[in-house]
Design a protein around this ligand. Structure first.
Ligand code: ZN
Ligand code: ZN
Length: 193
């Protein structure tokens, strides 16, 4: 098994948090890290105890859902709530933070922003990061890291192919042909780590 790099590990954590988002318009996760330790995490969601968009639909004003607090904000606020310093920390986010989150990130003293996916990247945000000396790095989540929600169909696919091959064999294909097809299918569906 390949050992996960720190960047991939923290980015995977953010993707895992994103699966907890309660607004389907924005499925985002954020992890704040200091000295290679996770100090807080957040996802896009309503205030604690509030109505969830996934249950009652979004509350849209001017084209935006106003019910939720962004993942980055939630992670920073978790630090505020529990008294964890964010100065000189780093944040791993599934998507490029919006302008409001960008300002909060800078003001919280976070020094590096790692993001996996471009998302309406704001030019003014980029300018602010540069002005504040905050590093911004794109770290896409590597393929092959499977998370809950990403259903692994490999065994089902192989079962289905075996079934198909058995039928083809019954219709007169040779054992050699079937064996070759089976091997091809396994090469397609089983990742070689
Ligand atoms: Zn919503
Ligand atoms: Zn935001």
């Amino acid at each position: 098994m390949k050992r996960l790099s720190w960047d991939q590990y923290f980015m995977a954590q953010s993707h895992l948090l994103a699966t907890r988002s309660t607004c389907t318009r924005l499925v985002v996760g954020a992890t704040i890290v200091r000295d290679k330790r996770i100090i807080a995490g957040g996802y896009n969601g309503s205030i604690s105890g509030g109505t969830h968009c996934v249950d009652d639909g979004c509350y849209v004003k001017d084209g935006h859902c106003v019910r939720t607090i962004h993942a980055e904000m939630n992670a920073i606020l978790q630090c505020a709530k529990f008294g964890e310093p964010t100065d000189h920390s780093e944040i791993y986010v599934t998507h490029y933070p919006c302008l409001q989150c960008c300002k909060a990130i800078i003001q919280a003293g976070i020094q590096t922003v790692y993001y996996a996916n471009d998302y309406k990247n704001d030019a003014y945000a980029a300018e602010l990061y540069q002005m504040a000396g905050v590093q911004v790095k794109k770290v896409p989540l590597e393929k092959g890291i499977s998370l809950p929600g990403q259903v692994d169909n490999t065994s089902k696919q192989l079962d289905y192919i075996s079934e198909l091959l058995a039928k083809i064999e019954a219709n007169g294909a040779s054992g050699k042909e079937i064996c070759d097809l089976q091997q091809q299918a396994e090469r397609l569906f089983v990742p070689d780590n």
